[in-house]
Design a protein around this ligand. Structure first.
Ligand SMILES: [Zn+2]
Ligand SMILES: [Zn+2]
Length: 427
């Protein structure tokens, strides 16, 4: 669908081979890979990051090797998973000790001293307690009664994956989807980023739901309650011990006192991260297999392709938001229906040329695990999916159901589009 005005042909400045492209995307040479990755990955920030990435790459290659040899890619409770669990419990134990010591000081009193010490300890315990996520109040949240057909689809996918269904669906604005638990009773919420949902085919959406629900029941410790809340608590501690900027007087002393606890917390955080890294990567491959089981191998591979060009959707939405702000928000929102944003996004994504997909696949192979070490690179996930016989869809689509789901999402589509046009888009 590339128009003639956007077509461009030139000789490669490196090797002279003919380069054909599209003005809207990076011009690069398929023969010598000139200009293949102009937006270089962020430089690694030090020895720790480098080590982490090397480790991630090692795990990733080993995992793919296992899959390629036809080994069953089963979730495992290995030594590192047990250690991670123990470490997470120790983190929570620190909070419990602070709480108990605070109560004890309050009870003993010691003529006022205990009261002060107890109050300080209790305040610390409260600040460091594990936090249970809540449902957001700034984005559309759908319950079963609001969207019965969408929930019925999620139920079907959950059944094919062999896990419990979700209690709430949050409609977000990210080119992504996720699952997480909320509340004390560990209820499940599914977040569907509309920019991703809108550029998928109905069958690819089922594969997406399969991947997300596949994170449950895969021994994915980071999504679990104990390790998940420990990671959050550690993040909170690390934040509490951050140095005061531009310190003066006493603040300099406080900053000095914070150095050791901060290093300690960072060390524990890194250790927990390392211990769960391998399980996290394995969980991604396993979740992809659930995606194929629910939506078919073909749809899961299609989903990978869409994820590969996710940045292109971010750019398109940023351009839309910028244009809306140039026209003036009020005028833009009165003059047109904001939900048409999704049709324009889908048309743009449909027009992404094959050479851009190929470029991003090669960039992924070059960068390896450098982008995000918990998610294996998309091209490896795709390779892994296509190893072995293709699976049919356990949850087929049907046009009537798709129409009903679209109607249930209509209000959220308008609300999310309006917010992107009004507030801009970070991606
Ligand atoms: Zn070249
Ligand atoms: Zn995932």
């Amino acid at each position: 669908m590339t128009s003639a005005a956007e077509q461009i042909t030139q000789a490669c400045p490196e090797c002279g081979a003919g380069v054909e492209g599209d003005r809207r995307f990076t011009l690069w040479c398929a023969a010598c890979e000139w200009n293949i990755d102009p937006a270089k990955p962020e430089p690694e920030r030090g020895r720790v990051d480098r080590a982490r990435r090397a480790l991630a790459r090692g795990y990733g290659e080993k995992l793919l090797g296992e899959v390629a040899q036809g080994d069953a890619l089963a979730a495992r409770r290995d030594t590192s998973a047990v250690l991670a669990y123990a470490l997470a419990l120790a983190v929570h134990a620190v909070t419990a000790v602070l709480l108990l010591a605070g109560v004890w000081c309050l009870v003993r009193g010691w003529g006022g001293v205990g009261m002060v010490a107890g109050a300080i300890l209790l305040v610390m315990a409260v600040a460091l307690r594990p936090r249970f996520a809540r449902l957001p109040d700034d984005r559309p949240v759908l319950r079963r009664a609001d969207a019965p057909e969408l929930f019925a689809l999620v139920d079907d996918v959950a059944r094919s994956v062999g896990t419990r269904t979700v209690d709430a669906v949050v409609v977000g604005d990210e080119v992504n989807a996720s699952v997480s638990t909320y509340g004390l009773r560990g209820r499940r919420r599914l977040t569907i980023g509309l920019p991703l949902w809108e550029i998928l085919t109905p069958q690819e959406r089922i594969a997406l739901l399969g991947h997300e629900l596949g994170h449950y029941g895969n021994g994915d410790t980071r999504h679990g309650l104990v390790v998940g809340t420990a990671l959050q608590s550690l993040g909170q501690w690390h934040y509490s011990f951050a140095p005061i900027p531009n310190p003066a007087g006493m603040q300099i002393l406080v900053n000095l006192l914070y150095v050791l606890p901060r290093l300690f917390v960072r060390g524990v955080l890194m250790l927990l991260d390392q211990l769960t890294l391998r399980a996290a990567q394995r969980a991604e491959y396993l979740a992809d297999r659930e995606a194929a089981r629910a939506g078919s191998t073909e749809a899961a591979a299609g989903l990978m392709d869409r994820l590969l060009v996710a940045d292109s959707a971010v750019t398109a939405l940023q351009r839309e938001a910028n244009q809306a702000s140039l026209r003036g928000h009020g005028a833009a929102l009165r003059a047109e229906r904001p939900e048409h944003l999704w049709d324009r996004l889908a048309a743009h994504m449909e027009s992404v040329p094959g050479h851009e997909y190929e470029r991003l696949r090669r960039v992924g192979a070059r960068r390896g695990h450098s982008v995000d070490s918990t998610h294996p690179p998309t091209h490896l996930r795709r390779t892994c999916l296509l190893t072995g016989p293709p699976l049919p869809a356990a949850v087929p689509t049907d046009a009537a159901r798709e129409r009903r789901i679209a109607a249930e999402l209509a209000a959220a589509r308008t609300a999310v589009a309006r917010r992107i046009m009004r507030d801009g888009y970070q991606g």
